[in-house]
Design a protein around this ligand. Structure first.
Ligand SMILES: N[C@@H](CCC(=O)N[C@@H](CS)C(=O)NCC(=O)O)C(=O)O
Length: 215
């Protein structure tokens, strides 16, 4: 199966974290792509009308998106402990945490887009709203950090860890750790996992070349 991929996409990284956690990363053929939202990437639109990454393309031509659906699909390919818990309470908690992590990513992507927009088009009010939403989310996660630390790693942990990592990658000067020691300590345990180490963000310096992921 092929995964349309970028080293800078938080949603892609969440999928890759899950792929490593469940031991299927070696089965993914990585197809590096650049998506800007201002250009049509025919290769992806041909299988996903929204042209977004991640998109997973199975060998039979079936396309799977978006990242929550891809993660759940990958979680069905192994016999180990599930990243999407089966028990109702645990599943709801995991899905809620995934929604929080994904919403943080959505907010950071909007924020990044605004900062990249040339003045005077760039919207200071929109940036202020994004910063405020992130501060609220981070404060909430600081309070929830003991629960994150006490529960087995699942899709919610993967999403929140990836979102925090993206905040550091794109907005390091914001210093999200400051005043949030419990969340920072939990994040360090996420960053130390082999699945996180194998999937760190980076900015490509050369043109994308197709490669196969090592699991
Ligand atoms: N909800 C989607 C979001 C995916 C997404 O927005 N990906 C961005 C890259 S980080 C993208 O493909 N943007 C290109 C576009 O919107 O045309 C998911 O979870 O997979």
């Amino acid at each position: 199966m092929k995964l349309f991929w970028s080293s800078r996409s938080p949603y892609v990284r969440k999928v890759m974290v899950i792929a490593h956690e469940v031991g299927v990363a070696h089965r993914l053929t990585i197809v590096p792509v650049t998506v800007k939202g201002t250009e049509i990437v025919e290769q992806i639109i041909a299988v996903n009308p929204f042209g977004k990454i991640p998109t997973l393309l199975l060998d039979d031509g079936t396309a799977i998106y978006d990242s929550p659906v891809i993660c759940e699909y990958l979680d069905g390919l192994h016999a180990g402990r599930r990243m999407f818990p089966a028990a109702r309470e645990a599943r709801l908690q995991a899905l809620q945490n995934q929604a929080i992590g994904d919403a943080m990513m959505d907010t950071l992507i909007v924020w990044l887009g605004e900062t990249m927009r040339a003045q005077p088009d760039h919207s200071a009010p929109r940036i202020a709203v994004c910063r405020h939403k992130m501060a609220k989310a981070l404060d909430r996660l600081e309070a929830a950090a003991p629960v994150l630390a006490a529960t087995p790693f699942d899709i919610g942990h993967a999403a929140i860890g990836t979102a925090l990592s993206y905040m550091g990658f794109r907005f390091a000067p914001e210093g999200w750790r400051s005043g949030r020691p419990a969340l920072a300590a939990w994040y360090d345990t996420f960053a130390a996992r082999p699945s996180a180490k194998a999937t760190e963000f980076y900015v490509e310096t050369a043109a994308p070349v197709a490669a196969t992921a090592k699991g």
